[in-house]
Design a protein around this ligand. Structure first.
Ligand SMILES: C[S@@+](CC[C@H](N)C(=O)[O-])C[C@H]1O[C@@H](n2cnc3c(N)ncnc32)[C@H](O)[C@@H]1O
Length: 332
């Protein structure tokens, strides 16, 4: 059997198995293959009638001819025309580059996820508009959202906000720095019939600054979703952001906005991420990663996720708030 045939066989087998599950679940977008065979370091996602293929470069770069043969084999095995295979080379990179526009040739289309609909664009950016690994996390938020005030931080295209709205949230607030993604969030909300702008607010802002302002204004939420990028150093931000280095302050800031009885979902995709032990000691942090990984991502866990309840409540007596207040007052 040729090497390309081994790849084709594996994806066809995965597709038969997972395809039945995806149909049953009403999913138009799901992961077919995730670096199962080391010689073929691709992640292959089906998005409706398209494939989204990402090559994760290792130490040895693949020749262009080999890549082209692999893409042809994938297209054939999954019965998708080669022109409908969006291909990206995923290098380890930091910050803005990850979210920059790739080309102006994107053709957005809509995919269904259970009873909800989302706009995706496989060609214009490195990411597609819908992070498939958080499908179950979204479902959890929906199941808990009825009557609640839901805050979605680093909202990206607003898929968590759509799920919260579908779950009957009293209010959603989606905060993101990017105008492009805020507009996308608005389209996703509207696609699902949630176009009441009073009830589903969009805020274009730096999350850290916005959280500080919201705390001062006494805003409160019952459910907060905090899914920051691993790294970020956007032009609009003063400082760079590194989730490992900066998560303690960010999580504390977000917890400070929780109403009594509220909960925070914190997740990120940084490989090898470790939750700060102090944070885990101060608050009730439950690692729910296993429950939030869908079957099509079971081979490799792309994210970690915690459900956090502020054990100390939101009185200014929490140790972090006290320390911060002290620093602030000593500066002035
Ligand atoms: C949702 S995160 C990506 C999360 C995903 N788990 C990952 O690691 O790729 C990406 C979003 O964060 C937004 N973003 C990055 N830095 C930000 C900041 N300081 N304030 C608000 N939004 C920010 C970007 O605009 C983008 O929509």
């Amino acid at each position: 059997m040729s090497a390309d045939a081994a790849l084709a066989n594996r994806v066809a087998k995965n597709a038969r198995h997972l395809g039945r599950w995806a149909r049953r679940e009403g999913l138009a977008a799901w992961r077919v293959y995730d670096r199962d065979i080391p010689e073929f370091p691709y992640a292959v996602d089906r998005y409706g009638e398209w494939l989204h293929v990402q090559l994760f470069e290792g130490r040895r770069a693949l020749e262009d001819d080999a890549i082209e043969a692999h893409l042809a084999a994938l297209a054939q095995a999954l019965e998708v025309p080669r022109e409908r295979v969006a291909f990206k080379q995923r290098r380890r990179q930091r910050g803005l580059a990850q979210y920059e526009k790739l080309a102006a040739r994107g053709a957005p289309f809509v995919v269904g996820e259970r009873d909800l609909r989302f706009e995706v664009d496989l060609l214009s950016y490195l990411d597609t508009g819908l992070f498939l690994d958080h499908r179950e996390t979204r479902a959890r938020v929906r199941a808990e959202a009825a009557g609640k005030r839901v805050l979605n931080l680093f909202a990206y295209t607003g898929s968590f906000s759509v799920y919260a709205a579908a779950g009957g949230a009293a209010q959603t607030v989606s905060v993101d720095l990017s105008q492009t993604y805020q507009a996308w969030t608005q389209r996703n909300l509207a696609l699902n019939g949630f176009d009441d702008a009073q009830r589903h607010r969009l805020v274009q802002a730096d999350v850290t600054r916005w959280l500080e302002a919201a705390r001062r204004a006494g805003e409160r939420f019952d459910l907060v979703v905090l899914d920051p990028p691993s790294f970020s150093n956007s032009k609009r931000m003063q400082d760079s952001f590194d989730v490992q280095r900066d998560h303690v302050g960010l999580v504390e800031q977000a917890l400070a906005l929780l109403a009594p009885g509220g909960a925070l979902y914190f997740s990120n995709n940084r490989q090898g991420f470790r939750l700060d032990p102090g944070l885990a000691a101060r608050h009730a942090c439950v690692d729910i990663t296993a429950e939030t990984i869908p079957p099509d991502f079971a081979r490799r866990r792309p994210h970690q996720c915690w459900r956090i309840v502020a054990a100390t409540g939101n009185s200014p007596a929490s140790p972090w708030t006290k320390a911060k207040t002290r620093r602030e007052s000593s500066r002035s």
